[in-house]
Write a protein that binds this ligand. Sequence first.
Ligand SMILES: C[S@@+](CC[C@H](N)C(=O)[O-])C[C@H]1O[C@@H](n2cnc3c(N)ncnc32)[C@H](O)[C@@H]1O
Length: 325
Amino acid sequence: MASVSQAQRLCHFRVYHSPVLAETAIEWLVTRADGRYLDGTVGGGGHLAVLLDVLEEGAEILAIDRDPEALKETAGRIGDGKRVVLRQGPFADLARFTEEEGMLPLDGILLDLGVSSFQLDEPERGFTYRADAPLDMRMDPDLPMTAADLIADESEEELGRILREYGEVRDARGLARRIVKTRMEAPLERSGDLRRVVEAGTPPHRHMKVLSQVFQALRIAVNDELGQLEQALAGSIDVLRPGGRLVVIAYHSLEDRIVKEFFRMQAGACTCPPGFPVCACGAEALVEVLTRKAVKVSQEEISRNPRARSARLRVAERLARERAE
Ligand SMILES: C[S@@+](CC[C@H](N)C(=O)[O-])C[C@H]1O[C@@H](n2cnc3c(N)ncnc32)[C@H](O)[C@@H]1O
């Protein structure tokens, strides 16, 4: 049962974002109550609140988010006797942030990928098709390219790829063609402009589904979400102490596939071509994968928070072996 302070905190954070698999993620993450942890996607601090409740005096947390609005929300929520350092920036740079803050080695890293409900629900951020607003979609306002820029500048082929790969849009080529045709007459600068193009070529009963797919695809591209994840994973193992854990919650099948494959390789999967008589690739296990299958969200949590339904949580633990030079 949640303590009074935990219940109060969760109540506050629900307004900003309901943390997904919160207790489960923190149970997997924490191996030492006075250890050092990195929350790479602190958002409104929902997971951070649960983490602070289980950690003891002397614990340290480095909390990162690329969205300055999220950090404003989290600032000031510092646990008694525990040090919380906030850094604005991309989690791709987590190894650098950890070193700069003198937090090496870490006992655990948490990545809760994607966007927060706060970001989705703020119309002026442009993440949603439900309101007419500038097509921005940048998590970090200093990123060079908005969704409107991407729509204006990318080739029809590249737009088609983005819509197909990141949004699984069925008629990605057709939609890319319609976007390019429309932008020759007038730029698509607002979510309403894009919504009209999508709806014009989609049967009404599929409007919501296709709009969600299209907006998700553009968001992933604008924020280079898959590239960020790959870079963060690549830097994560070396900053963990032996026995330290990496916990990742993914909401998109492409992200989950990247995490699963990274864990498989770090666990020593051989990459020799099939049929090689002896292993020559020098594969070495640096982690043990603790979740044979991804942990999913319960029906009870989904009914409370439908946005949690696609979440997949995976955990790997750093082994004592050093990386071969
Ligand atoms: C699903 S929300 C996390 C919510 C948080 N765990 C909570 O309980 O409030 C994802 C957060 O990660 C941030 N984010 C996404 N990609 C990021 C990246 N590459 N670097 C840093 N932060 C990122 C977003 O800005 C957002 O605030």
